[in-house]
Each structure stands twice: as C-alpha cells, then as structure tokens.
Design a binder for this molecule. Structure first.
Ligand code: PLP
Length: 417
C-alpha cells in the first residue's frame, strides 16, 4: 500500500513490521489464528460503508439489498455448519455475543454460575471488573485440584445451593472435553438455562472433533476468529428453542447491546463458514489436535507438568508452580526466542493473575501455517530448552540460538507470503 506509506508513513511502517512479525515468529497463543486472504479481502470491501440496523428484510435503512444477501449467506452457512436452526451473526465480538445472552436471559442481580476465571473461565463469565461480574451475582465452579478436571459433583452441589438462573459452560483455558450432557442435567435439576460459550473450540466442534454443545445447550455463543479461523467477530447459535426465544436473542443483540452491524465482517464470516464447510477444514482441525497432543507429550517427557495431564483439544496449560520463575518471566523468555505464548493462572496458583505460575499454549495458528507433528515436537523441544535455561538463570544465549532456528522454520512455512 504505497499510498498509505506516503500519507501515513508511521502507521504503514507499523503494519509492515507486524507483517514481518507474524511471518517470522511462532504463534502459540491459543486464541489466535491466521484468517485466509479471502476473509481478509472481504473485510476490505465496500460493505464497510453500509448502515444496516435491523435484520435481513427488516432494516431501519434503505439500500440494504446487497448486505442482506451477505447476512443471509452467513446465517444459512452458520446453521449448516453447526447443524442448528438459529444463528445471529451480528455480534461484533465474543464479548458482545455474551452481553446479548446475559441481557436476553437474565435480569441484573440474578445468580449466574460460570467457570472460575482462575481455572479456565472467561472475563465475560463473571470477572468483577466486567459487566457480567458487576450486574450479576456470580457463583463459580472449578476444577478438582488433584486431577485438574472439572469437578461436576461440586458443580451440582453449588448449583443446588445457589439455584442459578444461568449455567455457563465454556472456557478460555481448559484442555479436556467438557461433559455437556452432565451440565445440562445439572441445569435442568435447578431450573437454570444452560449456555455454552464455545469460543475456543468452535472450529473443532464444526469439524466434529470436539463434543458438540448444541444438542445440550439452550444457547451457544462463540467467536469466529479462534479455531474457527474467520474474521474477528461473535456468533450466537441455538437449536429447537422456538421463535420467541430467538426473537429475544435477536433483540438483545440489536437494539439491546449494539447499533449498526459490521456488514464487511459479517460478509467475511460468510466466507469463513464456507471455508469451514469444506473437507480440508476437517483435516486442518484433526491436525490441530494431533499437533497439540504431540506438544503435550513432548513437554511432559521433558519433566514439565501439563494441567489435567494432557489435552483433548487445541490447547494446554504448562504448570510452572514448581519452577524458580513466574509465568510472566517464562512468557518473556520465550518471546526472546521468537515463540509467543501467554502467561496463565493454573489451578492452585498462589501468584496474582498478572504474574501467574503457568503458560497457555495452543496449536491453531502454527497448524494453519503448515506445521505438522514433526515441527510441533521440535517446537516443544525448543520451548523446554528456553525454560530449562531460564531455570538456570541464563536463557539469553539459548533464546538467541533458538530465535534463529525459529525464523528458519517460519520461513519454510510462510503464512501469506
Ligand atoms: N469467550 C471466550 C471463552 C473467550 O475465550 C473469549 C476470547 O478471549 C471471548 C469470549 C471474548 O471474545 P472477544 O475477544 O472477541 O470479545
């Protein structure tokens, strides 16, 4: 974009630098991915200019015929992809999808049960500084400290005591299958609605590689940019709940929590769903899982503890509580080696959330750029080399050496170039 470079050299340089960064480092942040050139191109379309408050065929503005085509395609493909009868593709992001569900299904002050944030839940499932934590009475459920698995017996006990109006399944940092049927049974027992936020595993669910929450949940929310590999955005799905329920969800999104929808992003969601409906997408998700399993095994072989003993999805948590450094320090040392992860609390963590004793890593992005089990095993070895060196208080040299190897591996597997 030479015109941007002339008009705004500072910004153009930042974009150029980010292009280089994304090509030349290994992305292990579990929530990130690389959208396809098609998805990126559609977001650059003239749909960005169009106001379209309302829904297809019922807009508050004229001139919406073309964007209606895009939104209808996105809705139809989302329904087909997830085998459900309701989809709202307008939420600007995962947080907005979740805000809409709260608005539609609970009143301020209601009790809502969600996964403990320190044990894998998301900000929008009840963090005190988030709207969810400020407007609802949040009761958390969590993991069995021995096994690192969700403690469903405790969940049921707490639900019986607190009688939540909503029970939230879903997570940002849990590496195992969740038992959606068991959670629905708990919700039914206490008269709660069961809501699954499948943001992290949506791509795996679409490919049939992770337990499908739709047959069990009253409502499902998601992002479209993590394992699903679309544009940044949100999504609400449901099945078998009836027109009244769907109208409530629609009006919670607009006019409840949003104004005009981002039609260029909705169009990009339509393209991403079409991509996800192809057989190649299923092969991709299988590779994501194989790569994650290979990394977990390699990391465990090197003597590092993986929370809950391994992974059934695209991510894992490395437990560093027994190490002489923090999650923050581990994250920074790996960044020096060109390996991007994020610090993350682990069960039983005594350090505060901005320090932590753990790392979260995931394989969606590296799998998109073509890494297989061999590359991921190699990568896990480098990651452990850096952590070993950090434990000995001298990681700089090791990180510099690995940085060179990381760049070479990345150049062999370009993202967009
Ligand atoms: N829900 C879960 C489970 C997530 O992990 C995330 C993203 O981190 C979100 C919701 C929020 O998505 P967004 O960042 O698009 O608002």
């Amino acid at each position: 974009s030479s015109r941007l470079a002339d008009f705004d050299p500072e910004l153009a340089a930042a974009i150029r630098a980010e292009e280089c960064r994304q090509e030349d480092h290994v992305e292990l942040i579990a929530s990130e991915n690389y959208a396809s050139p098609r998805v990126r191109a559609v977001q650059d379309s003239v749909f960005t200019n169009k106001y379209a408050e309302g829904y297809p065929g019922r807009r508050y503005y004229s001139g919406c015929g073309n964007v209606d085509v895009a939104e209808r395609l996105a809705i139809e493909r989302a329904r087909q992809l997830f085998g459900c009868d309701y989809a709202n593709v307008q939420p600007h992001a995962g947080a907005q999808a979740n805000a809409a569900v709260f608005l539609a299904l609970a009143d301020p002050g209601d009790t809502v049960m969600g996964m403990n944030l320190a044990q894998g839940g998301h900000l929008t499932h009840g963090n005190p500084s988030n709207f969810s934590g400020r407007h609802y009475r949040i009761v958390p459920y969590g993991l069995d400290p021995e096994t690192g698995l969700v403690d469903y017996d405790a969940m049921e006990r707490i639900a019986l005591e607190t009688r939540p109006r909503l029970l939230i399944g879903g997570f940002s940092a849990y590496s195992r299958h969740k038992d959606w049927a068991r959670m629905r049974a708990i919700a039914d027992r206490v008269g709660a609605l069961f809501w699954v936020d499948m943001a992290h595993v949506a791509g795996l669910v679409a490919a049939g590689e992770y337990p499908d929450p739709l047959p069990h949940a009253h409502v499902v929310t998601s992002t479209t940019h993590k394992t699903l590999r679309g544009p940044r955005g949100g999504l609400i799905l449901a099945s078998g709940q009836g027109a009244d329920f769907y109208r409530k969800l629609d009006s919670a999104v607009f006019p409840g929590v949003q104004g005009g929808p981002l039609m260029h992003v909705i169009a990009a969601k339509a393209v991403a769903f079409k991509e996800a409906l192809r057989p190649e997408f299923r092969a991709y998700q299988r590779q994501v899982l194989a790569n994650a399993r290979a990394m977990a095994a390699a990391i465990q072989r090197r003597g590092y503890r993986v929370v809950s003993g391994g992974t059934d999805n695209h991510l894992m948590l490395i437990d560093l509580r027994d190490r002489p450094y923090t999650g923050t320090q581990a994250d920074a040392a790996l960044d020096d080696a060109g390996i991007t992860t994020n610090k993350n609390s682990v069960p039983g963590d005594t350090r505060p959330p901005w320090v932590t004793s753990g790392l979260r890593i995931g394989t969606p992005a590296v799998t998109t750029r073509g890494f297989g089990v061999a590359e991921c095993t190699q990568l896990a070895g480098w990651l452990c080399d850096v952590l070993d060196a950090l434990g000995e208080g001298a990681h700089a040299q090791v990180a510099a050496r690995i940085r060179g190897q990381v760049v070479a591996l990345c150049r062999a597997h370009p993202v967009y170039r």
